[in-house]
Design a protein around this ligand. Sequence first.
Ligand SMILES: Nc1ncnc2c1ncn2[C@@H]1O[C@H](COP(=O)(O)OP(=O)(O)OP(=O)(O)O)[C@@H](O)[C@H]1O
Length: 349
Amino acid sequence: MNLRNRQQTAFAFPVLVADIGGTNARFALVKGPGSPTQIIGTTATADHDTLTDAIKSCALTAAGEKPKTAIIAVAGPVTGDRIPLTNAAWVIEPNAMISDLALEEVVVLNDFEAQALALPNLEGEDLQQIGSGTPLPASTKFVLGPGTGLGAAAMIYAADTWIPVPGEGGHVELGPVSDEDFAIWDHIEKVGGRIGAEHLLSGTGMPRLARAVRSAEQADGTYTSAAEVTQAADAGDPVAVKTLRLFAKALGRVAGDFALSLLARGGVYLTGGVTPRIADYLVTGAFRSSFETKAPHEALLRTIPTFIVRHPNPALEGLACYARHPENFAVSLTGRHWQSAIAPHRRTG
Ligand SMILES: Nc1ncnc2c1ncn2[C@@H]1O[C@H](COP(=O)(O)OP(=O)(O)OP(=O)(O)O)[C@@H](O)[C@H]1O
């Protein structure tokens, strides 16, 4: 069976799409293949015992129409018929959702796979470019998202289709390059005996980087959260300012490594809760120069564009794009797709 034959036929509309984060669950409705993404609710996961409860109280009334399909993005692996979330107390049980919400089918995907699904359709105000380059059409793209962790996924274009490829790219090795890096490196607290990209380039990593800068400079200051660091930087705190400068520079290096590994001529896209908070440092700082400084491939990297994603919820939009036109994407549903016993069985993995 070739790649085309394995792609699935249409979902039953309306489709409820849900992005389940550690803190918030966000919902939207797609009424048909030509319909826009209708945002219908956001709620704190901690406010509900189950996803079904959250959907009933925060999504169904605003939806107006009863969804027939639910497509859900979660952080972490899809582990069978009971899917515990890595960052929240919920356990997702698709079979129970089908009976409790009278759904025909449920699909559960990875959160960065969902973000990758959005990339081919982002345009205009959804994107703020950093530096030069133009995305080549029908070319591989990469999404890198410093949020609570450092999420990563590729959107590969091959065999005339888009193939989202999630992975653990946020855990690639990070080492010092410049004199400035070497001066702080010994001061960084290791995690599991190493320094992976996520250990510095994420919301949880940023205060670790700030503490290393503070220690190297024998300065004062307490840094326990990313918000504390960005607020201190806004107030002119020199350790925090240097932390954000180094953060942007190191993120550029990691982004450039992924652009090279995948030859991502379609561009590298930055998402995640941290990105908009450090946008000025990304645009005016060394993010782009460290992205490009990769001899012998500087000329190649100058042609690959980098973007801040300004769309408020790329994961939800990615799921909506997939819901409208699953035939445009090669997404394996094996082990991630549940159907009601009475629904028409149409799909293959
Ligand atoms: N003011 C701020 N400055 C810098 N970073 C921040 C700030 N506020 C929040 N963050 C970081 O952004 C993270 C949230 O990012 P993101 O939205 O991508 O997270 P998530 O893990 O997907 O979970 P959720 O969607 O439930 O919030 C927080 O964990 C925090 O580290």
